[in-house]
Write a protein that binds this ligand. Structure first.
Ligand code: ADP
Ligand code: ASP
Ligand code: MG
Length: 409
């Protein structure tokens, strides 16, 4: 007997037939003698609609009420999934985040999970019930409803798997695994049988939305084996049909690059004529951090006149207005010009093997140059190289890189 968490994303629970299809997969795992907890997303499109409702009342909405609204989509699917399971003879009940409870910090809209008190849930599983958990949501210490950020049901699932010490967390979605790049953009993309936590974390952080990056971070830290697999194919998780996200040493072949990721969610901010003095970076990035804005790529050059320089960085596109607001209040920048560009995208190549292969960056620059694509900003880490380019060339760049690193099937 294994203990398994099965997570179903939005398209996997898009309507009643899909929920009933997912319930059959749960029943198949139960029939093999497994204890199962299910984590569900809202029906496809529902969260977007709820977000839009909030925006239409007030774009500057109270984040606590936003969470009260947008968390509700998952409540519906959790109840419906419990009903669908009961209908086919599987004892089941729904659990909203606060009922478990799953307790988060107070950063509404993108809260982090603090802890899960899983005893009651665990007793329910041991007594033979399937626990159906509303993903994406929790409660704060002040008893307010919180949400974990878009795509957060993945994180709920991994966190529940860690709390229940589950043998595996199966993420059921609309593709049958993790690919070398988004298979909807590059038909030549190849499915990976296994990917290391480190590479998956980079891929997810750099835009591959198949898993939310925080879910991978948590899986790596808590050593939860995660499998990504299709809801719409016959095999169930115990057949191991998908992609296993696991420890690096379990993966034999180490190519220099294993994947290409992209994000259209970035905006570029350039501050012109910043005084080139000690402490200026802290003065710019401190207030942005206090406003909970994640800064990504940063470039600052030397001051050719010995006094002033330009500083460029990228931020999440939806936060651009907030960024300008914060920068406007920094007194040291009152004479600086600020230029923004939200027609950019970030394309990245990821691979643990990069650490031991030479010329990886050169392959990237050459492939982009051959397509006439200009690189605006470059950033690197041990296992990734990212470039910021004009948004119009995103797909061209992804395809060129996929071919250049021999990833095409
Ligand atoms: P769910 O609603 O089940 O959470 P998502 O839409 O969040 O599903 O994630 C699945 C999608 O991720 C796929 O439809 C695919 O287009 C996209 N995707 C992006 N990059 C990759 C990748 N490298 N491998 C697989 N899918 C990817
Ligand atoms: N329903 C939420 C969203 O659309 C959470 C999730 O699906 O993972 O972002
Ligand atoms: Mg998702």
């Amino acid at each position: 007997m294994s203990r398994i968490v099965m997570k179903f994303g939005g398209t996997s629970v898009a309507g009643i037939p899909e929920i009933e299809n997912a319930a059959k997969k749960v029943a198949a795992e139960v029939a093999r003698g497994n204890q199962v907890a299910v984590v569900v997303s809202a029906m496809a499109g529902v969260t977007n609609q709820l977000v839009e409702y909030c925006r239409s009342i007030n774009p500057e909405h109270d984040a606590r009420e936003y969470d009260a609204v947008v968390s509700s989509g998952e409540n519906v699917t959790a109840g419906l999934m419990a009903l669908a399971l009961q209908k086919i003879g599987i004892p089941a009940r729904s659990w909203q985040g606060w009922q478990i409870p799953l307790v988060t910090d107070e950063v509404h809209g993108k809260a982090r999970i603090g802890f899960i008190e899983a005893q009651e849930l665990e007793h329910a599983l041991m007594s033979g019930d399937v626990g159906v958990i509303a993903g994406f949501q929790g409660k704060t210490a002040r008893n307010r409803i919180s949400t974990l950020g878009r795509g957060g049901s993945d994180t709920s699932a991994v966190a529940v798997a860690a709390a229940l010490k589950a043998d595996r967390c199966d993420i059921y979605t609309d593709v049958n695994g993790v690919y070398t790049t988004d298979p909807r953009i590059v038909p030549e993309a190849r499915k990976l049988d296994k990917i290391s936590y480190e590479e998956m974390l980079e891929m997810a952080s750099l835009g591959a939305k198949v898993l939310m990056s925080r879910s991978v971070e948590m899986a790596m830290k808590m050593k939860v084996p995660v499998q990504v697999l299709s809801t719409f194919e016959d095999a169930i998780g115990s057949d191991h049909p998908g992609t296993l996200v696991t420890k690096e040493d379990e993966i034999l072949e180490q190519k220099a690059v294993n994947g290409v990721a992209f994000s259209r969610n970035e905006a570029k901010v350039t501050i012109l004529d910043v005084p080139d003095i000690p402490g200026i970076a802290a003065k710019v990035f401190g207030p942005l951090a206090d406003a909970n804005i994640n800064i990504d790529m940063i470039v600052q050059n030397i001051a050719s006149n010995g006094k002033n320089t330009d500083m460029t960085f990228t931020v999440p596109k939806p936060e651009l207005a907030k960024v300008l607001d914060v920068l406007g209040k920094i007194s040291d920048l009152k004479n600086a010009g600020i230029v923004t560009d939200d027609k950019v995208s970030k394309v990245s190549v990821v691979g643990i093997g990069m650490q031991s292969h030479a010329g990886v960056a050169q392959t990237m620059f050459k492939a982009l140059a051959e397509k006439g694509i200009n690189i605006q900003v470059i950033s690197t880490s041990e296992i990734k190289i990212s470039v910021l380019i004009d948004e119009a060339y995103t797909e061209l760049a992804i395809r060129a890189l996929h071919t250049a690193y021999n990833l095409d099937k």
